[in-house]
Design a protein around this ligand. Structure first.
Ligand SMILES: CC(C)(COP(=O)(O)OP(=O)(O)OC[C@H]1O[C@@H](n2cnc3c(N)ncnc32)[C@H](O)[C@@H]1OP(=O)(O)O)[C@@H](O)C(=O)NCCC(=O)NCCS
Length: 449
């Protein structure tokens, strides 16, 4: 998750002194605090005559290949006197482990709901309290040592977990409602329902096991189901091809970003600063090429290579991770087909429930895009520590854009219009964020130079 404080931490450990920034009062104070302890003596006893020491306090043994002294007077890292403060690895551990804590908490709530030990309202309240989106956001905002890339990865992991647990809760709730209805009906009907799912299918509440929960958490889907379709075996050659693609395309993406996209973005900063509109448009079009290429590679890498590799390993049968979005003749078709896991989640847990509650299609669609816009903004603004709403606006703009494209362009023209919005729209958003980030973080030093 990036490294900003590693070197400083290890340097402090070597010196064993409290750094002045920790409020220790500088090297003199540190020397005073860590006093030599003679053999069997207490701190404060007269120190033994010290041999020549280098600046790290080591004896002068550097030239020989034998180290006569391998111990040094120093505090343990957890002691406050050590002055050690680099706990970034522990933070990463927290990010990993706490994801489990949220999952286990949701599981325990569902277990209690299944046996009636909790009311539905109490269960809902506990699920809401288990608000996993606030925790990583707070960490990313408050912690200085976390890098934007590390932050994005952590927030993505938690967003995925949030969507999965939301689905887990919904499906278990639907199962309880069905069970209640089946109980209320005559006995034969209940028997028939069980009989229909007789074979080896899991039925509620037998699905409430850690094995089932963790299978779902690792599976390449956001929508929970009691009985996922499973593939019969792991195809080794298929898996190997996907893994090789993952490896190669990762390198390719990093290379293209570093060698093509970053220099193009850097070249765009001056025209932006000078508000030179013709140059801005030229730079925007220049950025559109690598940006689009990288996006296409990313699509294949993520939705085909990575998801199929995970699915193959887990024998997860449903491989519909994308549909033919490249044939989209409308913006609506694009959003229905490019990211199937998210689209399925939106339909099942947001759009259709809203329609069932009596919302109009327009309101429900706006609601989905609003939620999607929120998550896009969440994943960009928090890591960059700036709230500009470009991502939010970009997602919300999809609604009028969909209307305009469907109203004025059909067939191949519609398809070309969708491609154009993808090619131009994304670099606009990228440049907006990069420009603002640059102004916030780097403008002063550059102006000074
Ligand atoms: C908003 C969104 C969910 C709308 O989807 P859509 O497919 O255009 O919606 P439709 O109105 O065509 O209806 C879809 C489904 O709802 C069902 N439906 C329609 N009216 C219904 C009603 N009154 N009650 C219940 N279901 C209804 C339809 O039968 C259809 O079901 P099916 O999918 O099983 O065939 C979709 O555009 C979307 O996912 N947008 C956000 C995507 C996104 O943000 N992705 C982020 C990727 S990074």
């Amino acid at each position: 998750m990036g490294d900003r404080g590693g070197a400083g931490g290890s340097r402090r450990r070597r010196t064993g002194s409290r750094p002045s920034s920790q409020g220790g009062g500088g090297p003199a104070a540190a020397e005073e605090e860590v006093r030599d302890v003679g053999p069997g003596g207490r701190a404060g006893a007269a120190p033994a005559p010290a041999p020549d020491k280098d600046k790290n306090g080591d004896s002068d043994v550097g030239s020989g290949h034998w180290d006569l002294r391998c111990h040094r007077l120093q505090d343990s890292l957890f002691s406050s006197d050590s002055g050690f403060s680099n706990y970034r690895g522990i933070l990463n551990w927290c990010v990993v482990m706490l994801a489990n804590v949220f999952a286990v908490a949701a599981f325990q709530v569902e277990k209690r709901l299944a046996v009636g030990a909790l009311t539905e309202q109490a269960g809902l309240l506990l699920h809401v309290v288990n608000t996993i989106l606030c925790f990583p956001a707070a960490v990313a905002l408050l912690l200085e040592s976390i890098t934007p890339v590390g932050s994005v990865l952590a927030l993505m992991a938690y967003t995925i977990l949030f969507l999965k647990l939301f689905s887990y809760r919904d499906v278990n709730l639907w199962c309880r409602e069905r069970r209640a209805k089946a109980k209320a009906k005559a006995a034969p009907a209940g028997k028939k329902a069980n009989g229909g799912a007789a074979q080896r299918a899991v039925s509620y509440p037998d699905n409430l096991t850690y094995r089932d929960l963790y299978y779902f958490l690792c599976a390449p889907t956001l929508c929970y189901e009691l009985n996922f379709p499973r593939s019969p075996r792991i195809r080794k050659r298929f898996l190997l091809r996907r893994l090789l693609e993952m490896l190669f395309l990762t390198q390719l993406q990093v290379g293209l970003i570093q060698q093509w996209m970053v220099p193009t973005i850097q070249n765009s900063m001056k025209p932006f600063k000078d508000m030179d509109y013709s140059r801005i448009i030229e730079r925007l079009l220049k950025l559109a090429v690598p940006n689009h290429l990288i996006w296409l590679i990313f699509f294949y890498w993520f939705f085909h290579s990575c998801m199929n590799a995970v699915a193959e390993l887990m024998q997860f049968g449903d491989r519909e991770f994308y549909r033919d979005w490249w044939n989209s003749e409308s913006v609506t078709y694009f959003w229905q087909n490019w990211n199937i896991p998210v689209h399925k989640w939106c339909l099942r847990h947001f759009y259709k429930p809203m329609l069932r509650r009596g919302s109009s299609k327009w309101v429900a669609r706006t609601g989905v895009f609003f939620a999607s816009a929120f998550f896009h903004e969440y994943l960009v603004s928090i890591p960059l520590h700036m709230f500009r709403l470009w991502a939010f606006t970009g997602m919300m703009a999809q609604i009028p854009l969909a209307w305009i494209v469907s109203r004025f362009f059909q067939g191949n023209y519609g398809n070309a219009a969708v491609w154009l919005t993808l090619i131009i729209g994304q670099p606009v958003a990228v440049l907006m964020y990069v420009h603002d980030y640059y102004v916030l973080n780097y403008e002063a030093p550059v102006a000074g130079a």
